[in-house]
Design a protein around this ligand. Structure first.
Ligand SMILES: [Mg+2]
Length: 93
Protein backbone atom coordinates (compact mmCIF):
# COMPACT_ATOMS: atom_id res chain seq x y z
CA UNK A 1 0.00 0.00 0.00
CA UNK A 2 2.79 2.43 0.90
CA UNK A 3 4.54 1.63 -2.37
CA UNK A 4 1.32 2.42 -4.29
CA UNK A 5 0.98 5.77 -2.49
CA UNK A 6 4.60 6.68 -3.21
CA UNK A 7 4.12 5.67 -6.84
CA UNK A 8 1.03 7.86 -7.14
CA UNK A 9 2.85 10.77 -5.48
CA UNK A 10 5.75 10.38 -7.90
CA UNK A 11 3.40 10.39 -10.88
CA UNK A 12 1.48 13.39 -9.52
CA UNK A 13 4.66 15.41 -9.39
CA UNK A 14 5.95 14.42 -12.80
CA UNK A 15 3.86 16.81 -14.90
CA UNK A 16 5.30 20.10 -13.58
CA UNK A 17 8.78 18.63 -13.82
CA UNK A 18 8.23 17.53 -17.42
CA UNK A 19 6.83 21.00 -18.17
CA UNK A 20 10.03 22.55 -16.77
CA UNK A 21 12.15 20.29 -18.99
CA UNK A 22 10.02 21.27 -22.00
CA UNK A 23 10.44 24.99 -21.20
CA UNK A 24 14.21 24.52 -20.94
CA UNK A 25 14.19 22.65 -24.26
CA UNK A 26 12.29 25.58 -25.82
CA UNK A 27 14.89 28.00 -24.41
CA UNK A 28 17.68 25.89 -25.89
CA UNK A 29 15.96 25.95 -29.29
CA UNK A 30 15.61 29.73 -29.12
CA UNK A 31 19.27 30.08 -28.13
CA UNK A 32 20.87 27.52 -30.43
CA UNK A 33 18.28 26.90 -33.14
CA UNK A 34 17.52 23.43 -34.43
CA UNK A 35 20.06 20.94 -33.15
CA UNK A 36 20.58 17.93 -35.38
CA UNK A 37 23.84 16.65 -33.99
CA UNK A 38 25.28 13.19 -34.41
CA UNK A 39 25.51 10.93 -31.33
CA UNK A 40 29.13 11.87 -30.62
CA UNK A 41 28.34 15.60 -30.47
CA UNK A 42 25.26 14.98 -28.33
CA UNK A 43 27.35 12.87 -25.99
CA UNK A 44 29.81 15.75 -25.60
CA UNK A 45 27.02 18.25 -24.92
CA UNK A 46 25.38 15.93 -22.40
CA UNK A 47 28.74 15.35 -20.74
CA UNK A 48 29.28 19.09 -20.38
CA UNK A 49 25.90 19.51 -18.70
CA UNK A 50 26.35 16.43 -16.52
CA UNK A 51 29.74 17.79 -15.50
CA UNK A 52 28.07 20.99 -14.36
CA UNK A 53 25.80 18.90 -12.11
CA UNK A 54 28.92 17.36 -10.59
CA UNK A 55 30.50 20.80 -10.16
CA UNK A 56 27.52 21.99 -8.12
CA UNK A 57 27.71 18.88 -5.94
CA UNK A 58 31.47 19.28 -5.45
CA UNK A 59 31.17 22.98 -4.61
CA UNK A 60 28.57 22.03 -2.01
CA UNK A 61 31.38 20.37 -0.08
CA UNK A 62 33.37 23.59 0.33
CA UNK A 63 30.52 26.09 0.66
CA UNK A 64 26.77 25.88 1.30
CA UNK A 65 25.10 23.58 -1.23
CA UNK A 66 23.15 25.65 -3.76
CA UNK A 67 20.06 23.57 -4.49
CA UNK A 68 18.78 26.07 -7.08
CA UNK A 69 21.97 25.86 -9.14
CA UNK A 70 22.00 22.07 -8.75
CA UNK A 71 18.39 21.88 -9.98
CA UNK A 72 19.20 24.22 -12.88
CA UNK A 73 22.03 21.99 -14.08
CA UNK A 74 19.89 18.86 -13.64
CA UNK A 75 17.27 20.57 -15.82
CA UNK A 76 19.87 21.38 -18.49
CA UNK A 77 20.98 17.75 -18.47
CA UNK A 78 17.40 16.49 -18.79
CA UNK A 79 16.65 18.89 -21.66
CA UNK A 80 19.74 17.77 -23.56
CA UNK A 81 18.80 14.11 -22.99
CA UNK A 82 15.32 14.91 -24.33
CA UNK A 83 16.83 16.48 -27.45
CA UNK A 84 18.97 13.37 -27.94
CA UNK A 85 15.89 11.14 -27.84
CA UNK A 86 14.07 13.49 -30.21
CA UNK A 87 16.94 13.24 -32.70
CA UNK A 88 16.78 9.46 -32.59
CA UNK A 89 12.98 9.45 -32.92
CA UNK A 90 13.16 11.92 -35.82
CA UNK A 91 15.68 9.71 -37.62
CA UNK A 92 18.43 12.33 -37.39
CA UNK A 93 20.84 10.54 -35.03
MG1 LIG B 1 24.36 23.97 -17.71
Amino acid sequence: MLAEIQYEQALHGIDPTLAAVKRKREEQLEKWGTQDHDPEMWYAILGEEFGEVGKEIAEGRIKPFDKAKYRKECLHTAAVALAMVQCVDDGIA
